[in-house]
Design a protein around this ligand. Sequence first.
Ligand code: C2E
Ligand code: CA
Ligand code: CA
Ligand code: CA
Length: 274
Amino acid sequence: QLPLALMLSLLIGYITWLASATRMSFSWEINLGIAAREFEVFCQPLVRARDRHCVGVEILLRWNNPRQGWISPDVFIPLAEQQGLIAPLTRYVLAETVRQRHLFPASEQFHIGINVAASHFHNGVIIDDLRRVWFANRPEQQLMLELTERDALPDMDYRVVRELHQMGVELAIDDFGTGQSSLAYLERLHPNVLKIDKSFTAAIGTDAVNSTVTDIIIALGKRLRINLVAEGVETEQQEGYLRRHGVAILQGYLYAKPMPIADFPRWLAGDLPP
Ligand code: C2E
Ligand code: CA
Ligand code: CA
Ligand code: CA
């Protein structure tokens, strides 16, 4: 009979092996998925609070994996970040979006928001990718990068931030208020936009603590003259509140769910501003 300690260590070894094998197969899956074009770029409209006129879109990635079905980005994006695969995925998103840009209004007033990971800023990789994949195609629309404060940038990468501003790329802090270092990040990133996370939008009229945070974020944006975008707007009550408090741009199921870019022109055609 094997001693208990040995059995335990064998068991732990097996579990560790299994975990790394699963991770391996996951990065394989992502690479395969890119090659096999299993990823699809969806877009969700951003509208002006005043009249619901569409002023842009956010691009959201979808993965239709033939072996596992639809996988949520909340699952595969964090894994891709851990595996160092986020830059190839973002390049794919940029390339697919720029390829389909003719389905969006050809105007610099129209904003296209792309989610990016802080790790993509190291050594200015993001700048090279934008030049090669995005600007080489001369899209007419205004590019905006959405960066979460979850993974704040290391010091040296702020040079990249300055260069992006000089290139005319707009920056948004995503999920604002949910991270740790909001205020320091705010000062260093000089963002054009603060995106109010949907958890704060959902709190309007229901949750006293979080709706106070919403009010403070709005006040902060106004004082610093940073444009505010609220995500996750689902009800007319939320829309009314945000509009009255001066949040100019709104995004959420009340206007449209994320859709394939191919469907966007039809959605826009039904969007008749008063
Ligand atoms: P996010 O950037 O905060 O995007 C907003 C999320 O809220 C999206 O979830 C969107 O579908 C969802 N949403 C929009 N309106 C409403 C609403 O009215 N109610 C509710 N309950 N939800 C709403 P999604 O598409 O599942 O994406 C989840 C997260 O995955 C995103 O959060 C983003 O952090 C990440 N993600 C998605 N696509 C990409 C990408 O191409 N690159 C990177 N790096 N991250 C991505
Ligand atoms: Ca976002
Ligand atoms: Ca602009
Ligand atoms: Ca969010």
